[in-house]
Design a protein around this ligand. Structure first.
Ligand code: AMP
Length: 214
């Protein structure tokens, strides 16, 4: 079982795979529910597997349910590190994934999101609900304001985000969003293509090396 930490305690590796420094750290935002389409869980597993197989670290909300749980379990199964960051109210409701390599319990959502952003080299949003939307828009906004320069990706599994992307194109036509802001969002339909692109633009590895194992 992963070590349960609060913000004031140093973290220690809890598994043998946790001892070496990860090749990169990817923060994944996705549904706390599985959704209707079985492809969502399948792609969530693919993402976790890719992270683990490439010696990476998953940073995520620390939950064990839905697509979040799928990504985390697949990362661990493939030998990757998993950093879960969860507000204590959710831990008390027993939503925490205690198998995380590091599980951080923080006081509130603000601390959680700040820590998730800090621990990541890049961000990826997958199918999810309002929690996922909020997290995606926040890191995207932080990027446009220059609070960070980490790549932000959107994995449009099975056209889940087609409606959102059409709406965003509308906002650009209406001149309330600039094309330069859209350029800060890296969109892809396939995990094996988008993941290496994101990690490489965060400054880690070569695209060919990263895509070789898919
Ligand atoms: P949603 O997309 O609404 O299902 O919310 C998922 C996102 O919000 C995740 O990326 C989490 O960071 C956070 N979140 C929402 N519900 C939970 C939960 N039960 N356990 C952990 N994190 C959650």
């Amino acid at each position: 079982m992963g070590k349960l930490n609060d913000m004031n305690h140093a973290t220690k590796p809890a598994t043998p795979t946790a001892t070496s420094a990860p090749a990169f750290s990817l923060c994944v935002y996705c549904g706390s529910r599985p959704g209707m389409n079985p492809c969502f869980a399948q792609v969530a597993q693919e993402v976790g597997q890719w992270i683990g197989q490439h010696g990476g670290q998953l940073v995520y909300g620390g939950g064990n349910t839905g697509l979040m749980g799928e990504v985390a379990r697949a990362t661990l199964a493939a030998g990757g590190r998993v950093v879960g960051i969860m507000p204590k109210a959710l831990v008390e409701r027993e939503f925490a994934n205690r198998d995380c390599t590091e599980l951080h319990v923080v006081d509130n959502m603000h601390q959680r999101k700040a820590m998730m952003a800090e621990r990541a080299d890049a961000f990826l949003a997958m199918p999810g609900g309002i929690g996922t939307f909020e997290e995606l828009f926040e890191v995207w906004t932080w990027h446009q304001l220059g609070y960070h320069t980490k790549p932000v990706g959107l994995l449009n599994v099975e056209g889940y985000y087609d409606g959102l992307l059409a709406f965003l194109a509308h906002t650009v036509r209406e001149q309330l969003v600039g094309t330069w802001q859209m350029d800060l969002l890296t969109v892809g339909n396939q995990a094996p293509e988008l993941l290496p692109r994101l990690v490489q633009s965060a400054g880690f590895g070569q695209s060919e090396q990263l895509s070789r194992h898919m």
